[in-house]
Write a protein that binds this ligand. Structure first.
Ligand code: GH3
Ligand code: MG
Ligand code: MG
Ligand code: MG
Length: 298
């Protein structure tokens, strides 16, 4: 069953929270806050899908809460609907200009609240799905090149701060042109998907990323992983792919599909450019190919 969406209700008057809760609690998980400060804390801790936000509150008002949500990279996409008794156009315009997605006037109509919340949650669900599709490779379900590039940039920034290690593995299927020639392009696609699944199982820390880099090439980003550990992971992947036993009569390494892998490890240095990590791993991959394939170099 689908997880229920979470709606955060923010209002300094508890009776208003009770009214909105009663309207929405059959369909959604409800969390609430009675001040602006508390709203920001609950938005961070409860990961709501939508916020109903009162404008007039003592201390931090709703406008300020909305501005702070929109300035926070993690919370900026959270849809905000203002709920207020302020009837003036200027007040409504200000809320919308601050990034709120909609405006509800108190006293609220239960069916209108339900319909607007439902529509905005549906739009958010579609936005999230599109965002996920934009970084996913359709054939393998792994991250795609865009996902790889944003991860590299993010990890470079992190590495510059905490001076940890980071390893990169590049993988390329051996004699794959011949595989397509012998068994056809659809069989080639299935082979790519099986190699991807093997790769994904071998790379299992929460911070690890396995991505499809290009046609039959993959990359793994392994934050906090030493060169020695990454070499072990790469050898495991090489052995498991060979162990799949996918027939490949044209291969010169074995009568099965094999892969070659290059490993590179970055440590913190000033002006580090993540593109160089891929280049370094690629240079090792080239050596693995030159040495006969079904090999790991690093
Ligand atoms: P090497 O051992 O040196 O890597 O030899 P190779 O034949 O694998 O060489 P190369 O990497 O140059 O060739 C990759 C081939 O992979 C070319 C292309 O026909 C095939 N390919 C690329 N993307 C796809 C894909 O999405 N599906 C299928 N079926 N084949 C693909
Ligand atoms: Mg109020
Ligand atoms: Mg290739
Ligand atoms: Mg290849």
């Amino acid at each position: 069953m689908n997880q229920r969406s979470v709606v955060l209700i923010v209002d300094d008057e508890v009776s208003n929270i009770e009214i909105l809760s009663a309207i929405l609690e059959d369909d959604y998980e409800i969390c609430f806050a009675t001040s602006g400060e508390e709203a920001l804390a609950v938005a961070r801790s409860a990961s709501p899908d939508l916020v109903l936000l009162d404008v007039l509150m003592p201390g931090m008002d709703g406008y300020e809460v909305c501005s702070r949500l929109k300035a926070d990279p993690v919370l900026a996409d959270l849809p905000v609907i203002f709920t207020t008794a302020l009837g003036e156009q200027a007040a409504e315009l200000r809320g919308l200009e601050l990034g709120a997605i909609d405006y509800l006037h108190k006293p609220v109509s239960p069916v209108i609240v339900q319909a607007r919340v439902r529509n905005h949650l549906e739009m958010k669900r579609m936005r999230d799905e599109l965002a996920q599709l934009a970084v996913t490779d359709a054939l393998t379900g792994l991250g795609n090149r865009r996902r790889l590039e944003t991860t590299l940039v993010r990890e470079a920034a992190r590495l510059a701060l905490d001076a940890a290690e980071l390893s990169v593995i590049i993988l390329d299927i051996d004699f794959f042109k011949r595989f397509n020639d012998s068994y056809g392009h659809s069989a080639g696609d299935r082979c790519i998907a099986m190699v991807a699944a093997t790769l994904n199982r071998a790379v299992h820390r929460a911070s690890d990323l396995a991505a499809r880099f290009g046609g039959e090439e993959f990359a793994c980003i392994l934050p906090g992983t030493s060169h020695h550990e990454a070499m072990e992971v790469a050898r495991t992947i090489r052995d498991r792919v060979r162990g799949l036993g996918i027939p490949h009569s044209g291969s010169e390494t074995a009568p099965f599909v094999t892969v070659s892998l290059g490993v590179a490890t970055a440590t913190c240095f000033p002006g580090l450019d993540p593109a160089n990590w891929i280049k370094a791993a690629d240079a090792q991959l080239y050596l693995a190919k030159a040495a006969g394939r079904n090999a790991v170099f690093g």
